[in-house]
Each structure stands twice: as C-alpha cells, then as structure tokens.
Design a protein around this ligand. Structure first.
Ligand code: GAL
Length: 740
C-alpha cells in the first residue's frame, strides 16, 4: 500500500448514503485480461476491448477460472459542478466497489492510488471494498474534460475483478470521516419481545459536529414507521455521541432500523440502516434429547471417536446398547471411543437421562469403507481469521463448540491455511509455525472434548496463502497428520496450477487428489478428505470416485447477498451427485463475526439472508463449516446454528441434495427428499420486497403430504389444501417439512 497516494481508503463507505453530488461510474467499462503498461495511458485505443458489467466478477462474464492480471478502462467527464456544489472542496472520492484482490488506479495515465501488491504472503486478504480519496488539485484530474480511468487488477485465485455496487466519483464530504457505529451487540429480551442496542456517532475529523440523530423503526412488510425519535447529537474526535434504543413487542421478523445524523452547519446528512435480528429457534428444553445424524461411518481398525450430541439439563447420563466389540461409552460425557475391527452395520439404541426424563434414539454405526456418511458439521478458521489463525483462536473455537454447539452435532475444528512452518525439517517432515507450538497437544485437547480436528494443505508447492504445500511430500504429510491426530484434510489446488499442464485435462485435475488419497489410505486413521479446487472440471462428477468426502463446487464465498445467493441458488448441476460419504461443498458459512484476517466484523448478510444461507446449505446437504470468531458467538448466530430440526435436514441419512423445483424472478422453491419419506421444502424470496409464495401440493409429488411443519419455529402450521401460502421476507425463507 502506498501511503502517499491514499489519504483514506477502505472506509465503510458502502454503508452510507452520500449526499454530496456524485457521478455514477457503474456503466461503460471496457475490459481485457493480461497486462501492459500502455493500458494505463489515455491515448491507448481500447475500442476493441470487450464491455464488462462491474456489478459482477469477471468469472461470471466469460472469463471462467481466470486468475492473474485484468484491466478495466472507462472514459468519463468529471464535471466541475461537483466541486461547486460541495460544502468541502478539497478532495474527490473514487469508489470502485470491491476489488479482488490487488489494484492500481490510473487517471489519465498517472498512478493515483493502489492497494496490495502483485504477490505477497497475504494476498488473498487484499480482497475488499475500495474507496480512494485524492486531492481535488491533483493535476491528473481533467475537470470538465474527458478523463480515462484505468484500473489494473491482480487476482490471486478464485473470483476476480472489480465488482459490487455503486461505483462512483464524488467530492469528499463532511461526513466521509463520520461513522455511525452499530457494532455493539443487540440485547434481546425474550419475555418482552424486545431489542435494545447502543449505537455511537464517531469521527476522526477535527470538525465539530452539531446536529440531530433521527432514529426510526420501519416494518418492511408495509413500510409503516412503528417508532421514531429525534435527539440532539453533538460529537467530535475522541468524544462520540451515544444513543441507546429500546424497542418492545416486536414480532418474529426483521425490522428496518434507520439512523440519520444531520449536521446543522453544512446541512449534510449521513444515514445508516440495518435489519434487526430475530430469533426463531426455540430454546432447548431441560428434558434430554438426542440430536445429530442417525448414522455414523468409520473404517475397521481405525481409532473411533463419536460424541453423542444431546441437549437437556446437565448432568446427563448416557447409555448405549448394541455397541460393537471394541467400543466403549463414557457414561458421563457421552463420548464413544475405541476401534471396531469387524465390518458391519450395527444398530444401536442410545439413551440419555437426567433428573427430569429419559430419551432414546435409534442410531446406526456402519463399519466399512465409507466415512462422512452425512456432511461434516464444524468450524473452519478461514472466514474468521484468514492467515492470522493461531493455537489460542483454535482452542477458543473448540471450547465454544464443546460448551454450546457439540450438543447439536457440531464436531470438526478445522485449521485452514497459515499453520505451516516456512521450512521442512531436513528429512522433509512438515512442521507447524510458531503460532502452533504443539499441534499434537492441540489435537489431543480437541479430542478430549469429543471433537475432531482438521488441517489444510495444497497439492502444489505452496498454499494459496503462500505457505508450504504437500507437493512431493504427500506420504510424509499424511503420516504427520496421522501422528498428530488429524481427522479432516482440506486440500486446496492453489499453486498446483504450476505443476499441472497449462490447460489441465480431467486426468490432470484428478491426479493430485488421487496421490493424496493413496497417501491417506496408508494411515490408520479416518481422515475426511475435502477437495478444494473451486469446481474445476465438474468435480462433482468424479469427486466420489477419486475418494473425496466433499468437494468445493465454487470459488470463495464472502459475506454478501450476491456471493452467498449466487453460489447457493446455482447448485443445480451438481445436485444429483450428492450421496452419503460424498457431498458438494458450496463453501463455508458466513454468519457471525467474519473477517478473513486479524479483525472481524458482523457478517454483512441481513438476518433474513442468514436464515436463507443456513436453510439453503442444509437443503443442499452441504458440509456446514462455521466461519466466525466463535469466542463472540451472539444469541442470533447461536440460534441459527443450534436448530436441531434444521440441522436434521442437512444431516439426513439419505444424503440427497435438494433440487430447484420452481423459480421466478422473485422466488424459488427447493425440495429435498428425506430418509423417512418426508420432504424438506425451502420457500425462498430472492427479491428485495416481501413476497407471497404459494406451495401447491398438486405439484412436485406432494399430493399425499398433509402435515406441514415450520422447521425453524419447530411447530406445525396449516395450509388450505392443496396450497400452503405464506409471506416471505426480502431475501428470506420459510423452511418446511412435509410429511404424509
Ligand atoms: C482459498 C480457499 C479458501 C482458503 C484459502 C486459504 O483458495 O478457497 O477457502 O482455504 O485458499 O489460503
């Protein structure tokens, strides 16, 4: 990052409604892959370049799987009226949406801003929103004349380009350095159906802000304002203004909260809106209940570890009848361990008791060749911490999982990229870096909680984060993972592109996964094998044959509706290939506090979008890998992750993936067959307005399905035959289970 050029960047500008005059630069861009110094120049003739839509990444527009350099060029007039109408006249602000991953910005041939480098150890985390502020007196700006803006991007992998919304040029405004900080947690009062929170007006400017804060609560269903209030609000650098609201009698839905500050002197305003969270998942009862999948697979002779997931008031006492020889149950913790040598299908009855009641559940252990019979439920460090993951963060995740989520079936604690030492030992053995002083000890700790531990590598010489990969050390690495007690391996293509032929064929794509499969097979341990190669070569068609328990079907997800919905609602071609032990992986969850680095933020998905995310991923039989800072798991995120009836849809033993049964521009219906003959149905509103969605049971083989259960709320609902008609919130979902 070159500080000379960047006065302010990466402000959370996307959240604000700017009031200064702006010109939109959303349209008219030309694009070329490759790289040339001439492309910065206003004299370069780009007429033969292809047009590109900057609301989407380049992969979506005819450049699938393209990584490396790409240039965007735009010709536009910057009118001096912008300056004349502005209260502050010293700088202009250029908003380029999201850049994936690194960029240099040229105005009329002069470099005016840049962020990230071509390649560095932490290149992937340079992905993000870009707002650059440059002096209005900068001679590169040609006021009232044609200007050429050229953006040179280097994409390190996965999605690439310049995309997102509201690309614009405007004058820097009084409000540019004001932040309406809404990061504090909401306090939820279940009895009063109330929410409260303290927000803060903060600035880093020397300007003294004097004005008022207007707060409104609107019901997005009918746009009625339910509550509004105005308070005087003065603040300055180091002296924020705090406002606490307390609203009650809310329904189980999201409301639009809006905060507008108006500065008296300049007349400028700044607004931030957010959608309030709401809880659908009922609290777990004090009575015991056994959760989790109905089946579990392990290989003969390998160490066996299974924690019976159960809710209910502690202490609980666990019993199991029918356990195969070699397994023992710890009656106090519910951990089943040992090893079974005899292949077979073992029907078990699990019982859990406390001082209130006793509950049993039928459970099947299958000792055979297949593991991961239901999708993995766990946590992965990447979406939260990126390369800043360390031992303490992993332990904290394990602790939260054991304390709160393992009761609902959550098991894996997976360390993504960033754990590897810079060099192997002389004999080639891989070591962890200083952030992980004792990998074996860490795995032992994770296992002591009844949980399992995962790790990450690449078949190439380097991982995507620039750390050591397993290239030519596959056997050795598998052995090391086995020695440490690793239970899950995410294997990420990354620099294997340097090893594979330039245009790899199917065999070339399979090869690195076959090699590591063979290495893992030499280890006396059940290690889940998760392919990560972003869906190349329709991996879903051959992932199972090559021995993958799951395979990523897409590039990297981020916490935006465009990314999450773009991935989730496109999981159609791969659907038929999901089966017990082998699942499509539409990437990890983006709920809770995410950040891909050393700082985290609340996911930018609205509460309804988060309900959609978890519902859709469950219908897709996707591995559910939580990607948040688990030490900051709030009540809303916990509710999303601890709904046993929702998780049961993901964990259904039939292992089928939902199919898209119906689609309009505004909504979609997805249906999944379940092992007990019932069907899970997701009614998704993909529009940004409330929709009334009708499920007609004369269609989609639903004629005999008379019982309808609202899965999130865990209660039966009625529909007037043959329809079930419901209102669904913008980007929201109603998830149903229909049975005969
Ligand atoms: C990406 C992968 C991410 C993460 C990252 C680590 O290729 O898709 O999920 O693992 O590499 O560098």
């Amino acid at each position: 990052m070159n500080k000379l050029f960047i006065l302010t960047c990466l402000a959370a500008a996307l959240c604000f409604k700017a009031v200064a005059q702006e010109i939109s630069i959303d349209k008219g861009w030309k694009f070329s892959t490759g790289d040339s110094a001439q492309w910065a120049s206003p004299n370069y003739n780009d007429q033969h370049w292809k047009s590109i839509d900057v609301s989407h990444n380049w992969e979506a527009q005819g450049y699938p799987d393209y990584d490396g350099f790409g240039w965007y060029r735009l010709h536009m007039v910057i009118p001096s009226t912008l300056k004349e109408k502005a209260y502050l006249k010293d700088s202009i602000r250029i908003n380029l949406g999201i850049i994936d991953d690194n960029d240099e910005v040229y105005l009329n041939g002069k470099l005016i801003a840049k962020y990230g480098g071509k390649r560095g150890p932490i290149t992937t985390s340079n992905y993000g929103p870009r707002t650059y502020v440059i002096a209005a007196a900068n001679p590169a700006i040609l006021w009232d004349k044609e200007n050429t803006l050229a953006v040179r991007i280097f994409d390190t992998g996965g999605d690439g380009g310049m995309y997102g919304y509201k690309h614009s040029i405007g004058m820097a405004n009084v409000m540019d350095n004001v932040n309406i900080n809404t990061d504090a947690d909401y306090i939820y009062d279940d009895d009063k159906m109330g929410l409260s929170k303290t927000i803060r007006l903060i600035t880093t400017d020397h300007y003294l802000f004097k004005g008022s804060l207007h707060f409104t609560v609107t019901d997005p269903e009918d746009n009625k304002v339910l509550f509004e209030t105005t308070s005087n609000a003065d603040f300055a650098a180091g002296k924020p203004f705090k406002y606490t609201f307390n609203i009650e009698k809310l329904r189980k839905k999201s409301y639009l909260l809006s905060y507008t500050f108006t500065d008296e002197q300049s007349g400028s305003t700044i607004t931030k809106t957010e959608n309030s969270p709401y809880l659908l998942t009922p609290y777990a009862s004090n009575k015991p209940r056994i959760n989790g999948a109905d089946v579990y697979g392990a290989r003969p002779g390998n160490p066996f570890l299974y924690l019976i997931p159960a809710t209910g008031k502690r202490p609980l006492v666990f019993e199991a009848t029918g356990l195969p020889a070699g397994l023992r149950l710890d009656h106090a913790t519910g951990i089943i361990s040992g090893a079974v040598y005899q292949k077979g299908t073992y029907p078990i009855t699990l019982t859990v008791k406390n001082n209130q009641a006793s509950k049993t559940k039928k459970f099947t252990i299958i000792i055979g060749d297949n593991i991961g019979l239901t999708p993995a439920l766990g946590w992965n460090s990447w979406n939260a911490f990126g390369l800043s993951v360390n031992d303490a963060k992993v332990r904290a995740a394990a602790k939260t999982m054991a304390g709160k989520l393992s009761q609902h079936g959550w098991t894996y604690i997976n360390i993504d990229d960033g754990w590897e030492a810079p060099q192997r030992l002389v004999d080639g053995e891989i070591m962890a870096n200083e952030k992980f002083p004792d990998m074996r000890g860490l795995a032992t700790y994770v296992h002591s909680l009844g949980l399992k531990m995962g790790i990450y590598s690449s078949p190439g010489p380097r991982t995507c984060g620039g750390y050591l990969g397993s290239w030519q050390h596959e056997d050795q690495d598998a052995q090391t993972y086995g020695d440490w007690g690793i239970d899950y391996l995410k294997y990420d293509w990354c620099s294997y592109s340097e090893i594979a032929p330039k245009n790899p064929g199917l065999d070339d794509m399979k090869k690195p996964y076959q090699v590591m499969r063979a290495s893992l097979d030499k280890i006396q341990r059940d290690i889940m094998f998760s392919f990560c190669q972003y869906g190349m070569g329709d991996v879903w068609k051959w992932g199972a044959e090559v021995g993958g328990n799951s395979w990523r079907s897409t590039g990297d997800i981020n916490d935006s509706w465009g990314s999450m919905a773009g991935i989730g609602f496109n999981q159609t071609d791969d659907g038929p290939y999901a089966q017990p032990g082998h699942f499509n992986d539409p990437d990890m969850l983006v709920v809770g506090e995410v950040g891909w680095g050393s700082s985290q933020h609340k996911t930018h998905l609205t509460p309804d979008e988060q309900y959609t995310h978890i519902s859709l991923w469950s219908l897709l039989s996707a591995p559910l890998l939580i990607g948040c800072d688990m030490s900051r798991l709030d009540w809303f995120t916990f509710g999303l992750l601890a709904n046993d009836e929702v998780l049961a849809i993901d964990q259904d033993a039939l292992g089928k993936q939902a199919h898209q049964a119906f689609k309009t521009n505004d909504y979609q219906i997805w249906i999944k067959d379940l092992a007990d003959g019932s069907k899970a149905v997701g009614l998704f509103n993909t529009s940004d307005k409330y929709q009334t969605i009708t499920l007609n049971r004369h269609e989609n083989d639903l004629a005999q399905y008379t019982k309808i259960r609202d899965v999130w709320q865990q209660k039966y609902v009625v529909g007037i035959w043959p329809n079930y008609i419901t209102k669904v919130a913008p980007h929201g979902v109603v998830l149903l289970k229909l049975s005969k």
